[in-house]
Design a protein around this ligand. Structure first.
Ligand SMILES: Nc1ncnc2c1ncn2[C@@H]1O[C@H](COP(=O)(O)OP(=O)(O)OP(=O)(O)O)[C@@H](O)[C@H]1O
Ligand SMILES: [Mg+2]
Length: 1067
């Protein structure tokens, strides 16, 4: 018997899997049922309650005789259930079991991507009570999409419901094919893998489905004579292109319109087809116009990594080569404005440009942009794409409003709907190029292999051997190979696995090592990570974000120099890496998405980017790419990796902050303007093309205008509710204080609303940190698998911990990381990357917070928030020794200074005032370190402040008075202030200050000004004196946002004189 049941179990499972793969829906259902019947040892017609232990058989039989459909049980109360089986006592347990039976509710949202591919967003909500004894840790389910007749399986995947996410909605995204004529509906069936009778079916109707318009054909690549570099007809320019003699076919075809006209141009061509040089044609054209024409080229790279890479390339090419001023924006407004004024080629990310160009009406340098280059414009369809969309729309709009044509040149990968994109940026018909994916200058051979293992980790494991084989086969002649894997954990595991395979096959001489072991050793010995040392000796390097920069540098160089054949990389590095290879292996196309607690697919654009690295123009005749993916996704990838894919807008989900910014900037003054604003967007062009994607039910003029008005109405009313804007007469829009703060500091309207409602005059440090980290900007911090415990440990050991912290909440994680930063705890790996993001946003958020607080007039809280800004910059608590800001100063040493006999050394000034000899004795440091300390002390702000109440003689009650403050910095021989000295802040930061006038007795903040002080500044602060006469005392604060211990504080008083006659009468 045991033998039979066990074998039957396995056999039926095998049958099920075979049938599932063949796509036979009905048979698959039967096979799965049969398999469950075997393991549960019951018939499928029996009551599902038999699967629980502890219900006596007589009751089960009674229930089976009742012939009640299962759904009806949910309507019955314990009492009714008891009555049903004539046993009142059993009512309650039965009721409990029924509600513990795995049940899911489903809802689906479908969006057509093309005329043959539908994207389904399926939301799965658990609707049962979890009991560890019954459900253990996970409940497995099958998600199956069936066609109209319930015959064919169009998509299937395995879904694990984990205990910790029982209260959550789960969102799954997948695509299914669709054929014309359109079927009436598909069915989504979710079936438990274990429980007989547990299944939910959701019909998805296509009655109102409108498929997108057909796409126009791509641009044909003409068989032109390759253009020689001399076609530039300028020896200085020709010198920039010495690596080759001819431009490639794509460059040749687009040359004339870019180099000889001022038209707007879109060049869509596959990755690696030399589009950067196409953009350079436009830059050179701009340069050629001579010194009288403005040259203000803005280049937008959608990712920081690309911006960095391009900056160093152009710095060399145009900076050194042509003497142009190439600058990269920093994200600090004051500094960026200066860079914009100075630069001729300005490199920026979309966010930085958005922040800077929002106030284009006041900023003439934004209006004067001569050439606006947008790289990787197809990312408009990806995460963060809305910012790209907004800035391009804005530049077009500015160009239409001011007397200056801003030339727009956009680059993108091959797209199905490039025409819409091109028309949107205003490209003329001969300025619109959309080459098909096959026109690569270096042809690419693509292999897609499906691996049919459901579990993510097991699948990754199953891919390693094929990856090894792929390298050995496709890079036979020891050509370089890059392997992309989802996370840094896989990076290390895969490198080690490759090493073991290679060792097994070839124990004597490592396969992948290209040079001599002895020659490699000097490099390897400098590597810090032990595993990496080991794999490098076998010719396998690896790269991930957590690796020290020296290790990364060495691996990169060894790979570029051809000393090691293979390099394993985490997928996120694909955008910034300078490496290219003969072969690229994409090992797995999914990653773990901490926000959704599930595995998501890489965006197609990421895959194209990875594939694009398999291109070495002057070295290879062809590149190769092998992609391993989960078998059910193979068709999807086949479609979009060989053919061009379409992009859609995401703007509709992100309108709030953009509307708010435009209202603040005065571009949108009423609802008409708002609709008009939308007509400049890419979304507007796509609405009639793919209406369903945008939740539009038709394409008539009426549908469109209703949709736009609805978008405007909804967005406006949300902004109104969060007190960011005000409406008048249902039409006119005007900015409110909170809206202005949000726009100015580039933070979300939801954050500003939260700050405004949560902060109170009583808020203390703990509350302030909690409110700060509750910002929406932190919603996106990932919680990776297994991180929950780390976060719990971290938060529990902080100065401010919580009861029952919810450690899967990104805001709790942000709080923990922020406090850990103040306590100078060592954080490494992924957490360190997250911590960096937390800190960078914190600075901006705190400035906005100070503005919110001072609008409420809370003095102490404003000062506290300023202090927190100092803490963020220096990575310490306000109660720590100030000396911790200095380089090389440990906590022990700070204590020793504090306990210094004779005089306690507590501040930077104390230290500066010591005799050199004494100081050396106290610090006991090598000279080099003392030099660092001296440098810090020299640069530490030393500012002289004087102030005066203007017209202090004649202050009458209720009058506004002006306090004039003069600030002067002792520059200690320097000419520039330079960035803040901080070892703990992850980026260069400019120093900023606040001047505050307050009344300490009433905790009132009366006036505040933000000052960015160079050498000297004169600042006026206005405030109103009380309406009673008498001597009134105030305090003036001068607060830094970056250093602790250099704030200044002055008490002064104003004599409010009685208003003449009245006073005399009373005497
Ligand atoms: N005419 C040419 N001859 C030889 N090599 C070239 C030529 N033009 C460009 N290249 C080289 O081709 C490589 C890819 O170029 P580039 O980065 O501009 O491609 P791309 O189209 O921008 O790709 P992506 O979409 O990945 O950004 C670069 O290394 C570049 O130096
Ligand atoms: Mg490029």
């Amino acid at each position: 018997m045991v033998y039979i049941t066990q074998s039957a179990g396995r056999l039926v499972r095998a049958l099920y899997e075979i049938v599932l793969k063949r796509g036979w829906a009905q048979l698959a259902e039967k096979a799965l049922n049969l398999s469950k019947m075997v393991s549960k040892r019951m018939w499928s017609v029996q009551t599902p309650l038999r699967q629980f232990h502890g219900i006596p058989n007589e009751f089960l039989m009674k229930l089976e005789k009742k012939d009640l459909v299962w759904e009806r049980y949910y309507d019955l109360s314990s009492q009714e259930l008891g009555e049903l089986i004539h046993s009142p006592k059993m009512g309650r347990p039965l009721h409990k079991f029924i509600h513990q039976f795995p049940k899911l509710t489903l809802s689906a949202h479908v969006q057509p991507i093309t005329r043959t591919v539908l994207r389904v967003e399926l939301t799965v909500t658990p609707d049962f009570l979890w009991d560890d004894k019954i459900h253990k840790y996970v409940e497995p389910f099958w998600i199956i999409v069936e066609d109209n007749d319930g015959e064919k399986i169009l998509h299937h995947e395995y879904f694990l419901l984990k205990k910790q996410y029982i209260d959550k909605d789960h969102t799954l995204n997948f695509t299914v094919p669709i054929f014309e004529p359109l079927p009436a509906q598909y069915f989504v069936r979710v079936v438990s893998d274990k429980w007989l009778g547990s299944q939910t079916v959701l019909p998805v109707s296509f009655r109102h489905l409108i498929l997108p318009e057909k796409y126009p054909p791509p641009t044909e690549l003409l068989d032109l004579q390759p253009l020689p570099v001399t076609a530039l007809r300028n020896p200085n320019y020709e010198k920039l292109y010495q690596d080759f003699k001819h431009f490639n076919p794509v460059q040749t075809q687009v040359f004339t319109v870019l180099y000889n006209t001022n038209d707007n141009v879109l060049v869509a061509a596959p990755t690696g087809s030399g589009k950067t040089i196409c953009a350079e044609f436009a830059i050179l054209r701009n340069h050629q116009e001579g010194p009288d024409a403005t040259m203000c080229v803005v280049y937008i790279a959608p990712l920081e990594a690309i911006a960095k890479k391009q900056f160093s390339i152009w710095e060399r090419k145009f900076g050194k080569g042509l003497g142009l001023r190439v600058v990269e924006l920093t994200g600090e407004t004051a500094l960026d404005l200066k860079l914009l004024e100075r630069g001729q080629i300005i490199i920026s990310t979309p966010e930085k440009w958005d922040a800077l160009s929002r106030r284009w009406k006041q900023r003439k340098y934004v209006q004067q942009v001569s050439l606006f280059i947008v790289d990787e414009l197809h990312l408009i369809g990806g995460q963060g794409g809305q910012v790209l969309e907004v800035i391009v729309s804005r530049m077009r709009y500015i160009s239409s409003q001011v007397n200056n044509k801003i030339r727009i040149v956009a680059l993108s990968t091959s797209l199905a709907n490039a025409k819409d994109l091109g028309e949107w940026i205003g490209a003329s018909s001969h300025g619109l190029f959309n080459f098909p994916p096959v026109v690569r200058p270096v042809p690419l051979e693509i292999h897609i292999q499906g691996v049919d293992v459901s579990s993510f980790e097991a699948r990754m494991q199953a891919m390693t051997k094929p990856t090894y084989t792929a390298i050995v086969q496709h890079a036979k002649n020891k050509e370089p190979a890059i392997v992309f894997v989802p996370t840094r954990k896989h990076v290390r595991l895969t490198a080690v696995d490759l090493m073991s395979y290679s060792h097994m096959v070839n124990p004597q001489s490592p396969d992948f090592l290209l040079g001599k072991q002895e020659e490699l050793e000097p490099f390897v010995s400098q590597i810090r990570e032990e595993t990496l040392k080991e794999t490098l000796r076998h010719g396998i390097g690896y790269l991930h974000e957590g690796l020290s920069s020296l290790d990364q540098e060495i691996v990169t160089q060894l790979f570029e120099a051809g000393r090691i054949q293979a390099c394993v990389m985490s997928s996120s590095l694909c955008w910034g890496t300078p490496l290219t290879a003969h072969l690229v292996v994409v090992m797995g196309t999914q990653y773990y998405d901490g926000r959704e607690n599930s595995h998501s697919d890489y965006p197609v654009s990421d895959l194209l980017q990875m594939m694009g690295l398999a291109s070495r123009p002057l070295l290879d005749n062809a590149g190769k790419c092998v992609i391993f993916c989960h078998a059910p996704r193979k068709e999807y990838y086949k479609k979009f990796l060989y053919e061009a894919f379409p992009v859609e807008s995401h703007l509709q989900h992100f309108l709030h902050d953009n509307f708010n910014a435009e209202v603040v900037a005065g571009v949108i003054e009423n609802k008409h303007d708002a609709v008009d604003y939308l007509t400049w967007t890419f979304m507007y062009r796509r609405l009639p093309q793919n209406p369903n994607y945008y939740n539009l039910q038709g394409v008539s003029h009426r549908h469109l205008s209703d949709h736009l008005s609805e978008l405007v109405e909804n967005t406006v009313s949300d902004l109104e509710a969060s007190k960011c804007i005000a409406t008048e007469d249902e039409m006119e829009l005007s900015p409110l204080n909170l809206g202005m703060i949000a726009s100015y500091h580039y933070i979300s309207y939801t954050t500003i609303e939260r700050f405004s409602s949560l902060l109170s005059s009583e808020t203390k440090m703990k509350g302030l940190l909690e409110i700060l980290t509750s910002a929406s900007e932190y919603d996106m911090i990932p919680i990776r698998p297994g991180e929950e415990d780390t976060v719990r440990r971290l938060i529990n050991h902080q100065r401010f911990s919580f009861e029952n912290p919810k450690c899967t909440d990104p805001h709790v994680k942000a709080n923990a990381l922020l406090q850990a930063h103040f306590s100078r705890q060592n954080i490494d790996g992924n957490l360190a990357i997250d911590q960096r993001d937390v800190l960078l946003s914190a600075t901006r958020l705190l400035q906005a917070m100070v503005d919110v607080i001072s609008s409420n007039g809370w003095l102490n809280l404003a000062l506290l928030a300023m202090e927190v800004s100092q803490m963020v910059t220096q990575g310490m608590w306000e109660r720590d020794s100030m000396l911790l800001q200095l380089p090389h100063l440990t906590k022990d040493l700070a204590r020793r200074c504090q306990e210094n006999p004779g005089k306690n050394i507590e501040t930077v000034v104390d230290l500066v005032e010591m005799e050199d000899k004494e100081r050396q004795e106290l610090l006991k440091m090598p000279d080099a370190q003392l030099v660092d300390i001296a440098r810090f002390c020299n640069r530490f702000p030393n500012i002289d402040l004087t102030y005066e109440v203007v017209g202090s003689e004649e202050v009458t009650p209720g009058k506004e008075v002006t306090l004039q403050v003069v600030l002067e910095r002792d520059m200690e021989g320097r000419t520039e202030v330079g960035p803040v000295d901080s070892l703990r802040y992850p980026k260069t930061k400019e120093e900023g200050w606040w001047l505050v006038v307050g009344d300490t007795k009433t905790n009132q903040l009366l006036a505040i000004k933000r000052v960015s002080l160079q050498q000297k500044a004169k600042v006026k602060l206005d405030f109103t004196v009380p309406s009673e006469a008498g001597e009134k005392s105030y305090t003036l604060y001068f607060m830094c946002d970056s250093y602790l211990g250099c704030d200044q504080e002055y008490s002064f008083s104003v004599d409010v004189k009685g208003s003449g006659a009245g006073d005399h009468m009373e005497e």
